[in-house]
Design a protein around this ligand. Structure first.
Ligand code: SF4
Length: 380
């Protein structure tokens, strides 16, 4: 049986091959032999279907705290919620609910990922980029940015500092520049030779498939490519003509095909973004199943088309981290530098909301300020 039941104007039930009993003014939900919840007078939740392994059957009620608590438990148990419930978690003014969401995410993180916070060594190897993303401080057309690319020797020096600090993961990040990325191949081979057990993560933008393959062959094994927004129109409003969401997603699929551990992610509060866009991001990530998820608030940079736009919300970023942790318990989720820039102590607060990764910057001090993606970027 598949069906849709609407109770009053606020309650929605979706049924699939399960049993539902509704009593007048009290609600009893039975899922096969399992009684999942009884709520007085106003709403109910239906949890996962054991038979179909399908995720979610859910009823929504806005004014009931008990219901909201169940909503978080439902997300934890089923790794899913309907759009209306996700919207509620992201937008609710109920501080108790928000704290419970973060606490639950932290509990799940501790249980699944353990207590260790993973530290990555971030090396911003070049700020030369062929693209002109409207939000980005190192976009091609932004004037007054001294451009740099680290030499192979400088990169090796950075890796040595990272390794000597006991960090087994190098993250080489730079602007999108296929020729320069190709030039990195010998350096990556050398990093792999020197540190056979290290993880080598690249974040170099959209590159040809053959180049992704060659970088993998050289020794890289992880790749971060944030999709930024899952909505094509919104994507188009953040990027110049010629950059397309479907191309970016095709790159992410290629990276996965090649066997990279692959990261996705988005900005929170970028100009024109709605809560529904964020939910679209969640749905996209359910489809793509990334190994890593990077979520940071939008922060404007002077000299970009968005310089006068307000920053994204740190609170919404934290709630998204928590939701991501409950939806994707095994994923690596950083507490980003952008979050720490917007919120003092943001890295620790992000960890408390379910993140498990921190990126420490190992870019040489002389170049660090030139990698100014957004205003006031902290260097941890
Ligand atoms: S966001 Fe990335 S691809 Fe876009 S301009 Fe900045 S560095 Fe280049």
């Amino acid at each position: 049986m598949t069906g849709l039941v609407i109770l009053r104007s606020e309650v929605l039930v979706i049924l699939r091959s399960e049993v539902l009993v509704i009593l007048r003014s009290e609600v009893l939900v039975i899922l096969r032999s399992k009684v999942l919840v009884i709520l007085r007078s106003e709403g109910l939740v239906i949890l996962r279907s054991e038979a179909t392994k399908d995720l979610l059957y859910f009823v929504f009620l806005r004014k009931m705290r008990k219901f909201r608590v169940i909503m978080i438990e439902t997300l934890k148990d089923t790794r899913n919620l309907p759009d209306s419930a996700l919207e509620e978690l992201l937008e609710s003014h109920d501080a108790t609910l928000a704290q419970r969401l973060k606490d639950t995410a932290r509990e799940v993180c501790l249980k699944v990922k353990g207590p260790e916070v993973l530290i990555r060594g971030l090396i911003e190897w070049s700020n030369v980029c062929r693209n002109d993303c409207l939000y980005c401080g190192i976009r091609r057309s932004r004037l007054g940015v001294p451009r740099y690319s680290l030499t192979a020797e400088q990169i090796q020096e950075c890796c040595e500092r990272v390794w000597n600090d006991g960090i087994p993961t190098f993250v080489l990040q730079g602007g999108e520049n296929p020729a320069a990325a190709e030039g990195l191949i010998p350096t990556i081979k050398e990093i792999r030779r020197r540190y056979p057990s290290a993880a080598i993560t690249l974040s170099l933008g959209e590159l040809p498939f053959e180049l992704y393959a060659a970088l993998k062959e050289a020794g890289a094994n992880r790749y971060l490519l944030r999709h930024e927004t899952a909505n094509p129109e919104h994507y188009a409003s953040l990027h110049p003509a010629g950059m397309r969401l479907d191309c970016r997603l095709a790159c992410i699929r290629e990276l996965k095909f090649l066997g990279y551990e692959t990261g996705m992610g988005m900005m929170v509060g970028s100009p024109g973004q709605t809560t529904l866009n964020l939910i679209e991001d969640l749905r996209l990530m359910q489809e793509m199943a990334p190994h890593m998820i990077g979520i940071g608030p939008f922060i404007p940079q002077d000299g970009t088309p968005f310089e006068n736009c307000p920053s994204g919300s740190a609170e919404t970023t934290l709630r998204l981290i928590a939701i991501m942790r409950l939806m994707f318990p095994e994923a690596n989720i950083p507490a980003t530098t952008a979050l720490a820039t917007l919120l003092p102590g943001g890295k620790q607060i992000g960890i408390q909301a379910g993140a498990n990764v921190i990126m420490n910057v190992y870019t040489p001090i002389t170049e660090r300020r030139k990698y100014s993606l957004y205003k006031g970027k902290t260097d941890v």
